[in-house]
Design a protein. Structure first.
Length: 114
């Protein structure tokens, strides 16, 4: 099924060579830094959220899987919902102090923002 992935080949000129294999250049993900080397900033955000407050954790350097795992841990320990995408973790509600304490107990270099 992966050989017939036509969406990734849009804009490619047709080849008559029967042995031609189209390859895509995948971007390598950054390796996850050790928790002690991460500089995470925990801040609150109210913009474009209909007046609701969310806690943002920014500055994570690593793979998407590790970001999702950290987000799941934080959401579980705080007992709230949230998401992890674009290199930042969004946690519902104003939980800056609790999130900073949790991250520091996990060994991360976390600092409270605004």
């Amino acid at each position: 099924m992966s050989d017939n992935d036509w969406k990734s080949r849009l804009g490619v000129v047709y080849s008559t060579n029967p042995d031609f294999k189209y390859t895509t250049a995948a971007e390598p993900e950054q390796e996850t830094l050790a928790p002690g080397r991460q500089r995470l900033i925990v801040r609150i955000d109210r913009r474009q959220r209909a007046g609701k407050q969310v806690t943002l954790v920014e500055g994570f350097v690593g793979t998407q899987e590790d970001l999702s795992a950290l987000a799941k841990t934080l959401k579980t320990r705080c007992g709230v919902g949230g998401t992890a995408k674009d290199g930042e973790i969004t946690i519902q509600g104003d939980l800056r102090d609790k999130v900073v304490a949790l991250l520091q107990s996990m060994g991360y270099n976390a600092k409270r923002g605004n």
